[in-house]
Design a protein around this ligand. Structure first.
Ligand SMILES: Nc1nc2c(c(=O)[nH]1)N[C@H]1C(S)=C(S)[C@@H](COP(=O)(O)O)O[C@H]1N2
Ligand SMILES: [Mo]
Length: 374
C-alpha cells in the first residue's frame, strides 16, 4: 500500500496567547492573532471570544484577581495619597453599565498599503481582521475617578497595563504599555470593563479589568489595567509621541496622536473565494467607524464600474459596526475584485487610496477583495 500522505502541520499557535487558536478562526501574526473575517458569517452582532483578535505588545499575563487592585495616583488627585480599589469594590460600589463597542487596532488593514498601493509599511501585516465588537460590562471611569477625588485642572489620565515591559528595537525598555487619554474623553464615555460577551473578561482580553475607550484606536483600550495616573500637566509615553501618530509626506509635523478610527468595510469572505457562475449568492459584510455611524454601504462586483446598494441590518450602534448584505449572481467565469464602501451620516465615504504614513496606520481605502468565478 502507498505510504500515508504526511498530514499538513497545523500552524503554530502564538506562544503568549492563552486561548485556543483554531486556525479557521484566528491567524497567527507574531505576538498577535488576527480574526478570519469569514468566521463572522452567520454570527450575531458581537464577535465571539474564540475569534476575537488579540494584539499583545508582549504576552498575556495571568493575574491573580484576589491580589489585584487598581491604583489611582498623581498630582491630579484632590488628596495627597493614592487611592486603591479592589475588584470587589469595583463590582459592588459602582453602578454597572454595559455597551457594545469595537476594539480596532490602528494598524488594521496595514498590509494593503503594500499589496494595493505598492508601498508597504513595517509592523504587523494585518489584513482587515484586527477588529472585533464586544459586549462590555463594567463601571464608568468617571465614577471611579470621582470617588477617588479629582483636583481642579486635570488635563490627562495615563492608564498603565500590568503586562511585561516592552523592549524597543534599540534594546531599551519603553516601560509598561501606557497611553494617555485627555480628561474630557476619560470622563465622557470610557468604562473599566470586567466582563466581555456576558462572561468574566478572558485573560487575553485584559482580565481582570481593561479600559474600553469607545471609537478610539485599539492602543487606548488598556488591558490588564493596574494603575491610572491623573495629571494637571500633559502626559507622554512612546504610545502617544513616537508611535500612533500619522508621520509622512503631506501630514503636518505637529499632527495630534490618533484618536477616533476611520470608516471601513469588510466582506465575510476568504480572500480568493470561489463562486460557481450562474448561481445566486448573498454577499455579507460589516462596516464601522469610530467617528460617525455608517449610514449606507455600496458593493461593486465589477471593479467599481457599477455599485449596488447593500441592505443594512437594523442594529447599528455608535462605535461598533453594522451588518449588511447584497445578492449577486456571477455571470461568466474569471477573476473578479469585489469592493465594498460605506458612507457615514455626514456623507463621508472611503477613499480609493489612503495616503501613505510611515507606520501604516488607518488604512481606510476601499479594499479590493479577489474572488474567482468557476
Ligand atoms: N496592557 C496592554 N494593553 C493593550 C495592549 C497591550 O499590549 N498591553 N495592546 C493594545 C492594542 S495595540 C490593541 S489593538 C488592543 C487589542 O485588544 P485585544 O487584544 O483585546 O483585541 O489592546 C490594547 N491594549
Ligand atoms: Mo493596536
Amino acid at each position: 500500500p502507498a505510504p500515508a500522505a504526511k498530514p499538513t502541520p497545523a500552524p503554530a499557535p502564538v506562544a503568549g496567547i492563552v486561548k485556543t487558536q483554531d486556525p479557521s478562526l484566528l491567524i497567527a501574526r507574531g505576538t498577535n492573532a488576527e480574526m478570519q473575517w469569514v468566521s463572522m458569517k452567520g454570527q450575531g452582532y458581537a464577535t465571539p471570544v474564540d475569534r476575537f483578535f488579540v494584539r499583545n505588545h508582549t504576552r498575556t499575563p495571568l493575574l491573580d484577581p484576589n491580589r489585584w487592585f487598581l491604583q489611582i495616583n498623581g498630582d491630579g488627585l484632590a488628596g495627597s495619597q493614592p487611592v486603591n480599589f479592589t475588584l470587589k469594590q469595583l463590582e459592588e460600589d459602582f453602578e454597572s453599565v454595559e455597551l457594545d463597542a469595537a476594539i480596532e487596532c490602528a494598524g488594521n488593514g496595514r498590509s494593503f498599503f503594500g499589496s494595493q498601493q505598492g508601498r508597504s509599511a513595517p509592523g504587523t501585516a494585518w489584513t482587515l481582521g484586527a477588529i472585533g465588537v464586544g459586549t462590555w460590562r463594567g463601571v464608568r471611569l468617571a465614577d471611579v475617578l470621582e470617588k477617588a477625588g479629582l483636583a481642579e485642572g486635570v488635563v490627562d489620565v495615563m492608564p498603565i497595563g500590568l503586562d511585561p515591559e516592552v523592549i524597543g528595537s534599540d534594546g531599551r525598555s519603553q516601560g509598561r504599555v501606557r497611553r494617555p487619554i485627555p480628561i474630557k474623553k476619560a470622563l465622557h464615555d470610557v468604562i473599566i470593563a470586567l466582563e466581555m460577551n456576558g462572561r468574566v473578561l478572558p485573560a487575553d482580553h485584559g482580565f481582570p479589568a481593561r479600559l474600553i475607550v469607545p471609537g478610539w484606536v485599539g492602543i487606548a483600550n488598556t488591558k490588564w489595567l493596574g494603575q491610572i495616573q491623573v495629571s494637571k500637566t500633559p502626559l507622554f509615553s512612546a504610545w502617544n509621541t513616537t508611535q500612533y501618530r500619522l508621520v509622512g509626506t503631506g501630514y503636518p509635523t505637529d499632527i495630534a496622536p490618533l484618536t477616533a478610527n476611520p470608516l471601513k468595510s469588510a466582506f465575510e469572505l476568504p480572500s480568493g473565494a470561489v463562486f460557481p457562475a450562474g448561481t445566486k449568492r448573498t454577499l455579507t459584510g460589516r462596516s464601522w467607524s469610530g467617528r460617525w455611524l455608517p449610514k449606507r454601504v455600496e458593493v461593486s462586483t465589477n471593479s467599481g464600474d457599477t455599485w449596488k446598494e447593500a441592505k443594512l441590518s437594523r442594529r447599528n450602534e455608535h462605535d461598533a459596526w453594522v451588518q449588511w448584505q447584497v445578492d449577486w449572481t456571477p455571470k461568466s467565469p474569471g477573476k473578479r475584485k469585489l469592493l465594498a464602501r460605506a458612507y457615514d451620516a455626514h456623507g463621508n465615504t472611503q477613499p480609493d487610496a489612503t495616503r501613505f504614513n510611515r507606520d501604516g496606520y488607518w488604512f481606510d481605502a476601499v479594499v479590493q477583495h479577489p474572488v474567482t468565478i468557476s
